[in-house]
Design a protein around this ligand. Sequence first.
Ligand SMILES: NC(=O)c1ccc[n+]([C@@H]2O[C@H](COP(=O)([O-])OP(=O)(O)OC[C@H]3O[C@@H](n4cnc5c(N)ncnc54)[C@H](OP(=O)(O)O)[C@@H]3O)[C@@H](O)[C@H]2O)c1
Length: 278
Amino acid sequence: MTTLVIGARGSVGRHVLDRLRTAGEPVRASVRDPAAAGLPPGVPVVAADLAAPETLTAALTGVRQVFLYATPAGTAAFTKAACDAGVEHVVLLSSGSVLLPSAHGNATAEHHRDVERTLGESGLRWTPIRPLVLANNALGWAASARAEGVVRLLCPEARTAPVHELDIAAVAVAALLEPGTGGVSELLTGGELISQRRQVQLLAEAAGRPLRVEELSASQAQQHFERFQPPEIATSIVDFITAAARGESPNTGTARRVLGREPLSFARWAADHAASFA
Ligand SMILES: NC(=O)c1ccc[n+]([C@@H]2O[C@H](COP(=O)([O-])OP(=O)(O)OC[C@H]3O[C@@H](n4cnc5c(N)ncnc54)[C@H](OP(=O)(O)O)[C@@H]3O)[C@@H](O)[C@H]2O)c1
């Protein structure tokens, strides 16, 4: 029976799709705009938007499992459609922030808690995957790195353990294909605590060009993040980085335990994404 990958163009979703195909699993990819899908030939693609419940029934017909992004507005309609379609298991890309007591009231954590609550109340069998910091966040530095050779940072010495999207996808696929795998819902990090300044150095090395760090105050960072995010999410990012600067961002062994190997390093992520910074 088929696994539906919702958000199959997403940085994690795309790798989930690839890994399922490599494993020989029947897959269906859902995207909001099939014209822009750009997925490998031969992958069945359906149009589905979690914010448009009428699109979900066809996408879910004949589906046994789903990989799902956390979209609060659409989750209740999704769970109803999934129950009606007889879906047996949902693997949700959630966030490790839901496990941090210090993140109570934090908008990003509450957004993911809302989605987890809806799934928990749905009667569906579901498994959350809970990465804390996506290495992909560094893509937010790419535009100024390319244009000016500058990366503007709040608390450059703040250390987090960013996790490569390939490892998040691998944990999600373990949850989909090997339901007995322990620990898949524990707080997921990369393998090393690494400062933002060191991440920029690794990106400079990978891209083969110098990159300069300019430090932002908390209020400058708030303004900066509000250019891309709602104010409460910008505040949650500022709070998270400030807490990391106080040494409060954890590093866990979840990826190592689930995958049976070392997590991919930030240096590897930098090499994989060097073109975005060159
Ligand atoms: N940033 C962090 O440090 C962090 C930490 C913990 C957890 N997370 C979680 O990770 C997610 C980001 O993962 P990513 O990098 O793979 O994201 P991404 O590359 O931005 O992809 C997001 C995907 O979500 C799909 N999507 C969004 N709204 C949708 C809707 N209404 N209906 C159907 N599909 C929808 C998009 O589909 P289309 O392709 O059709 O547009 C897209 O494929 C965050 O949203 C968050 O939940 C992030």
